[in-house]
Design a protein around this ligand. Structure first.
Ligand code: CP3
Length: 348
């Protein structure tokens, strides 16, 4: 007898079918809070070597699944692999975050390659194939890329900055040059996401970590519109592709983001107003989030209360339980276990 294909709770929710026990995973779930990650990270040498060695990338992707049996694995990679494949210098300095050659003037932007060298990203696709082979069928595998605005903020400044002033300024002063960076990122992000789906990703997430620094007009142009084009471009090649958007800090603009991009789910940060989400977002899309990562560090009764708030706020609708942003390195593993037990005991 042929076996019925296993259903994946995460994909069920993305397909419009609410689950009584919300599927659960954590942004940045493979990372420095895990001793086994730190060990392999030291062995790999540089962060990019870790990303581009399929055995290593597959192994760190699976580490949090073995420990916590999450409903999804997210492929271990980074949003800055796209600038890297576009030929930009990308380095990760210990304790300092990413460093790129800045792209500051219209003259420099005119020299930017339009087509990424996807052979450089082949190790990412190979890691996805390996993970998919080893992962239990009911666990979803998530591919991802950075949203154009967020990736552009790093390309323009050459590093992370508190409020992304260099990219915001360039977008005001030279909107046509800035649009060229965004257009290049849109096209190459579509290819990279389709490549990940073909290699075994069951859905993909678009990380727009710095969306919240944009005023509404700029948000519509640099966050919503590129996301809309990416969603449409991916679905043109992969009809029905499941896509999660994460415009961090978008707050009151989340209804417009969901309506105009047509994402299947939106990931929300912990400061988002719950009633607005229930009334204007959850009827159209699944909601992913939104535990404060600091509550996960605090633990104890404060953590239980914060978990219950997320479940009470969104558990009656389509919910993917997650954090409001990535897990922090100082998080105790016992607190992650506490979270998993409490979420899995819930029946919505
Ligand atoms: O979620 C996962 O477990 C999958 C892997 C993943 C990483 N980065 C690995 C990583 C994902 C999804 C990302 C996305 C990413 N990368 C974003 C968007 C999401 C977010 O968290 O805001 C951004 C802005 C980046 C760019 C980036 N990469 C920064 C700013 C840094 C340095 C900051 C830091 O946390 O150290 C990185 C490095 C990075 N990417 C690490 C990991 C595990 C830490 C590097 C290390 O281990 O030395």
């Amino acid at each position: 007898m042929p076996q019925a294909p296993a259903t994946q709770p995460l994909i069920e929710v993305l397909s419009g079918r609410r689950q009584a026990v919300p599927p659960l995973w954590m942004m940045r779930q493979a990372g420095r809070y895990l001793p086994e990650y730190r060990e392999l990270r030291a062995k790999a040498g540089s962060f990019l070597d870790l990303c581009f060695t399929p055995d290593y990338a597959a192994e760190v992707t699976l580490q949090p699944i073995r420990r916590f049996n999450f409903d999804a694995a997210i492929i271990f990679s980074d949003i800055l692999v796209i600038p890297y494949a576009l030929g930009r210098a990308v380095r990760f300095e210990a304790g300092e975050g990413p460093r790129l050659d800045p792209l500051a003037t219209p003259e420099e932007i005119a020299t930017l390659a339009t087509q990424a060298d996807f052979a450089k990203l082949e190790p990412v696709y190979e890691a996805l194939r390996r993970v998919r082979r080893e992962l239990a069928p009911e666990i979803a595998l998530i591919g991802f890329c950075g949203a154009p605005w967020t990736v552009a903020t790093y390309m323009v400044a050459g590093q992370g900055t508190p409020d992304q002033a260099p990219a915001r300024m360039l977008a005001y002063r030279h909107p046509d040059a800035f649009a060229k960076i965004i257009d290049i990122l849109v096209e190459n992000s579509i290819q990279h996401l389709v490549g990940q789906i073909k290699a075994g990703a069951d859905c993909v997430q678009l990380f727009d970590t710095w969306a919240g620094v944009l005023p509404p007009r700029e948000f519509a142009r640099w966050s919503i519109e590129p996301a809309r084009r990416i969603v449409a471009g991916v679905r043109k090649q992969v009809p029905g592709a499941k896509i999660i958007g994460f415009p961090r800090g978008a707050s009151g603009q989340l209804p417009a983001y969901v309506e105009q991009t047509a994402v299947d789910a939106v990931s929300i940060d912990w400061a988002t107003e719950p009633a607005m989400i229930r009334e204007r977002v959850q009827p159209r899309a699944a909601v992913q989030g939104n535990l404060d990562p600091l509550a996960l560090i605090a633990g104890g009764a404060a953590l239980d209360r914060a978990i219950d708030d997320v479940l009470e706020n969104f558990g009656k609708g389509r919910l993917i339980f997650n954090l409001g942003h990535g897990i922090l390195p100082e998080t105790p593993i016992a607190h992650v276990e506490q979270m998993v037990q409490r979420v899995r005991a819930y029946r919505g």
